[in-house]
Write a protein that binds this ligand. Structure first.
Ligand SMILES: [Fe+2]
Length: 695
């Protein structure tokens, strides 16, 4: 990607064509707008957006449907002021029914680190709302960089006013403290849609909002009733249109450029490669994977690569069939040609450069991953209702590594209580989430980066979460059948032990400093150190990692509130009784362990409880809140990195007003830049509120 150097008009046109965008070259001297437009937001129902800025260009986006023609031309204007008295771009761009009337324009010849305003005007003089965007700084611009990272917005059961809060705070902030961009780490849509008539008691304890009907949806079994999932391009487009109808999402996209990557729900909840998994069964769905990627391409302005090659206006999907995927290569990649073609139809992983301090490396956690071993039918023996969410760590390590376990010496069986369970992974390759090609690319990005902070945008969590059920006193419940610690089988990098260790060993061996990871997916706030292993193994952090709470989707605690039996003997370790939504005691269990939790249950004294913390359980963690919602911001400068968690109460109903409602807490995590070989020193400050069990 072009980075801190001006490019010629000719190079720019080539670049725009390569990313499938109309090109709009800015004039050297501004002029007044050619229009006296009438703003008609109803004619542009998805608003406007911008994405993936570099130092001189940015992608601009809108959707303008017409019912009386197959295509139309829009005019796009980019101005240096909000009133459009200094317009520098006048260009035209096509919208077509075949692209669902979405429009992508690459505006170029812009100045670095500048704020611009843009709008679209149709042939009748009706204009979109005005969008605001910003270009990236050059390498010489040493000012701190501030951006937000968000994930997991669900309009079916939640409200998106965390964005409102973000906008409110940004408007109040001094110019130099404003957010440069928003990193969206996926679950921009939820493809699993609940209809009220199927789920009379709501979902996860929340009422269902009637926001989406999928014209060709497939009904599948879901918690508390049924899901409806998209089957066609039309269904996926329907989802984006419904989500962009949300006023808070739409306002956020109009205020900042977004840098976006999909997580699982942009395709399928249990999806991997082009397979869907409902009811524990993998089904080849190459046609749906292509449809999901096409809709993403049409609705997310991003510098991504499609296999159909250069095209100004359309995605041009490859023709694929839903053919069985039965053979996998040594990296777990399905070799079936339709699977390969579907995955290649859009490549999303990329690096975004932002001045001298930030290289943001975005990876795709779902398109190239091997099958999650913990979701295998044979692995269900390690899960038990006696120990909700828990999975024995030593078993997970064996299943993760497959034939590579113990340096190529995998055991025949795995001991679990009094049983010897056959190691069904003994002959199989180790688990990968990134896949071989993307992983090689990723490691090279880290090595090549000269930025102060090499920030890995990983849509899935990387920080390990574990519990010490081996310390439960006898008699409370059935004895823990595992050999020691328990982990949570969440299909993320926390249990992809081998691959994570390979990445962290690379960081260590290449003497890479300033390695920070930002994540989504967990629907919870976490802060800590990036380490390949925890005690009793070596604990050697090579970086820091942060996970932002969901914008609105319920987290683990909230789903347990509606699903865990009232008489479950361990319920008091998981939930704070009588006060749904109150800081969950489960935080204490993950952070400090069974003995701390028991002490708190007995005395209600948090200081005493923390004094009994198990120091070997989670030395990598400095903060976790398993039910927090909101967003996080990063401020990266030449000598330190700060990450702020902004937590709001459960966003079930939209909070009216301009400030996005009250906060539960605000916490800042700070790390000075360390030298190669040094351990990062993470410290935190509670700015407001009481995160209680999170510390
Ligand atoms: Fe999510």
């Amino acid at each position: 990607m072009a980075h801190s150097r001006r490019i010629s008009r000719r190079q720019f046109l080539t670049m725009a064509t390569a990313m499938g965008a109309a090109a709009a070259w800015a004039a050297e001297s501004p002029s007044r707008s050619r229009y006296t437009p009438r703003e008609r937001r109803d004619l542009y129902p998805a608003g406007v957006a911008s994405g993936d800025p570099d130092t001189t260009s940015v992608l601009l986006w809108t959707r303008r449907p017409f019912s009386d023609r197959a295509q139309a031309s829009l005019q796009v204007e980019v101005a240096e002021d909000e009133a459009f008295t200094r317009v520098i771009v006048h260009a035209s761009a096509k919208v077509m029914a075949t692209s669902d009337w979405t429009c992508r324009v690459l505006a170029g010849n812009l100045k670095p680190s500048h704020v611009y305003w843009y709008r679209f005007v149709d042939p009748e003089g009706n204009s979109s709302r005005v969008g605001r965007t910003r270009t990236a700084p050059t390498l010489q611009d040493t000012r701190p960089v501030r951006f937000a990272f968000v994930s997991c917005q669900n309009i079916n059961v939640g409200a998106q006013h965390a964005y409102r809060r973000m906008i409110f705070e940004d408007e109040q902030a001094a110019d130099e403290d404003r957010l440069a961009f928003v990193l969206h780490q996926g679950d921009f849509i939820y493809e699993i849609v609940a209809y009220p008539e199927d789920n009379p008691n709501g979902l996860w304890g929340r009422p269902i909002r009637e926001a989406i009907r999928l014209p060709e949806g497939e009904r599948v079994a879901g918690p508390g009733g049924a899901w409806h999932i998209p089957t066609t391009l039309g269904d996926y487009r329907t989802l984006y249109r419904a989500y962009l109808n949300d006023p808070d999402i739409q306002d956020a996209r109009a205020r900042w450029p977004f840098v976006s990557m999909w997580d699982n729900h942009e395709f399928s909840a249990g999806g991997w490669q082009s397979l869907q998994n409902f009811g524990g069964v993998d089904r080849p769905r190459q046609t749906r994977k292509v449809a999901a990627l096409q809709a993403w391409f049409e609705y997310q302005p991003a510098r991504v690569t499609k296999s159909s090659g250069p095209s100004l206006e359309s995605f041009a999907p490859p023709k694929v069939q839903d053919a069985p995927i039965e053979h996998f290569d040594e990296h777990g990649m399905g070799v079936e040609p339709n699977n390969q073609a579907a995955l290649k139809s859009l490549t999303g992983y990329r690096t975004v450069h932002w001045g001298p301090h930030v290289d943001l490396v975005l990876t795709d956690q779902h398109s190239y991953r091997s099958k999650d071993p913990a979701r295998r039918r044979e692995a269900s023996v390690f899960k038990s209702d006696d120990f909700p969410e828990l999975f024995p760590q030593e078993a997970m390590e064996v299943l993760d590594a497959g034939r590579e376990y113990g340096g190529g010496q995998p055991p025949e069986t795995i001991r679990y209580g009094t049983q010897e369970i056959t190691n069904f992974r003994k002959e199989e390759p180790a688990q990968t989430i990134l896949g071989a090609t993307q992983k090689a690319w990723f490691l090279k990005q880290l090595t090549q980066s000269r930025a102060t902070w090499k920030i890995w945008s990983c849509t899935l969590g990387t920080l390990e979460h574990r519990v010490d059920p081996q310390n439960l006193p006898p008699g409370l419940t059935r004895g823990w059948p595992g050999a020691g610690y328990a982990t949570v089988a969440t299909r993320d990098h926390s249990t992809a032990y081998l691959e994570r260790a390979e990445i962290y060993a690379h960081v260590r061996d290449q003497k890479i400093t300033g390695f920070a990871t930002v994540c989504g997916d967990r629907h919870a706030f976490w802060a800590g150190l990036a380490a390949a292993s925890l005690p009793p193994k070596a604990f050697e952090p090579v970086g820091v990692a942060f996970i932002a709470g969901s914008l609105s989707t319920p987290g683990m605690v909230e789903t347990l509130e509606s699903s865990l039996s009232l008489t479950h003997p361990l319920r008091r370790f998981y939930l704070t009784e009588g006060s749904p939504g109150k800081a969950p005691i489960l935080n204490l269990l993950f952070r400090h362990g069974v003995r701390s939790s028991l002490e708190y249950q007995r005395t209600g004294d948090l200081t005493r409880a923390r004094s009994l913390s198990n120091p070997h359980l989670s030395p990598h963690l400095s903060f976790l809140d398993l039910q927090g919602h909101g967003y996080a911001t990063v401020c990266a400068s030449k000598d330190r990195l700060e990450c702020e968690f902004v937590c709001i109460p459960r966003p079930i109903e939209r909070v009216p007003g301009q400030d996005g409602g009250p906060l539960l807490y605000r916490v800042v995590h700070r790390v000075p830049l360390w030298r190669a070989g040094e351990k990062p020193q993470l410290e935190q400050t509670v700015i407001s509120g009481d995160p209680a069990f999170s510390l």
